[in-house]
Ligand binder design. Structure first.
Ligand code: FPP
Length: 225
C-alpha cells in the first residue's frame, strides 16, 4: 500500500468562503489559518506522513490589493508567534520554502526564529511556501549551480531547490484544477486530488478520506506492473 510520506496542499477558497458567509475576504484567511493548525496536528498523528508542505503565499500573490497582502503578512506573523509553542510541543520542525527576503525584517525575524527554535524537532516537518513559486525556485537553483563546472544532474538540481523532496500526494481545495506554480519539479509523480471544498471548510476527516483513496492507487512511476 502507498504511503503518503509527503503531502502538499494548495489551500484555495478562503475569499469565496468569506463571501458565502457575508464576511470580508480576510475573514476567510483568518479561518484558513485555523485549518492550517488542525491539519498540521492531524498529520503529526499519522505515522506515514513525514512532511506537510502548504502553499501560504505565492510569488504571484503580490498582485492582490495591498490591504489583503498586508493582512496576510500580519496573519502569518501572528500565527508563527502564537504557534511556536505548538510546534515545539508536537515536535514539529518548521521549514519555510520560497524567497523570504522580500518580506519585512520583522516577519523575516519571526520566520527565522521559529525555524531556529524547531531545528531540533524530529517529528513532522511542516513547510510553509512563502513568496514561493516553482519558476522562481528553479531559477534560483540554476543560478546557484551556474558557478559549478560539472554538468547539472537531476540530483544536483533537486538538491539546489528549496524543497528537495518528491511529493506523494498533492491536494488542491477550492474547485480549480491547476497547479499554480506550486512544487512543479517535486510533483512529477504526485497523485493529484482536486476537491471542491473551500479551504476554511476542509477538515482532518476529509484528509483521512483522501489518504484512504490514495493508498489504493497503483503507482507505477512509468514502469509496468
Ligand atoms: C487562497 O485563497 C489562499 C491564499 C492565497 C492564502 C493562504 C493563506 C491561508 C490559508 C491562511 C494563512 C496561513 C497561515 C499559515 C497563517 P483565495 O484567497 O485565493 O480564495 P478565493 O479563490 O476564494 O478567492
Amino acid at each position: 500500500m502507498n504511503r503518503a510520506k509527503h503531502i502538499a496542499i494548495i489551500m484555495d477558497g478562503n475569499g469565496r468562503w468569506a463571501e458565502l458567509h457575508n464576511q470580508k475576504r480576510v475573514k476567510g484567511h483568518e479561518r484558513g489559518a485555523k485549518i492550517v493548525k488542525e491539519i498540521t496536528k492531524f498529520c503529526v498523528e499519522c505515522v506515514d506522513i513525514q512532511r506537510l508542505t502548504l502553499y501560504a503565499f505565492s510569488t504571484e500573490n503580490w498582485k492582490r490589493p495591498t490591504l489583503e497582502v498586508e493582512f496576510l503578512m500580519k496573519l502569518l506573523e501572528k500565527y508563527l508567534k502564537k504557534e511556536l509553542s505548538t510546534y515545539i510541543q508536537f515536535n514539529i520542525k518548521f521549514e519555510p520554502i520560497g524567497d523570504i527576503s522580500a518580506f519585512s525584517s520583522s516577519l523575516v525575524k519571526t520566520i527565522k526564529n521559529v525555524q531556529e527554535k524547531t531545528a531540533h524537532c524530529d517529528g513532522l516537518v511542516q513547510s510553509l511556501a512563502l513568496n514561493y513559486g516553482s519558476h522562481d525556485e528553479m531559477l534560483r537553483a540554476i543560478n546557484k549551480l551556474n558557478s559549478i563546472d560539472e554538468d547539472i544532474t537531476e540530483a544536483t538540481l533537486s538538491d539546489a531547490l528549496d524543497c528537495k523532496h518528491n511529493v506523494d500526494l498533492l491536494i488542491r481545495t477550492g474547485g480549480d484544477h491547476r497547479l499554480s506554480n506550486f512544487l512543479l519539479w517535486q510533483s512529477a509523480y504526485a497523485e493529484l486530488f482536486f476537491i471542491d471544498t473551500l479551504w476554511p471548510d476542509f477538515s482532518s476527516d476529509e484528509l483521512k478520506k483522501i489518504i484512504k483513496k490514495f493508498k489504493k492507487i497503483e503507482r507505477r512511476f512509468g514502469a509496468l506492473k
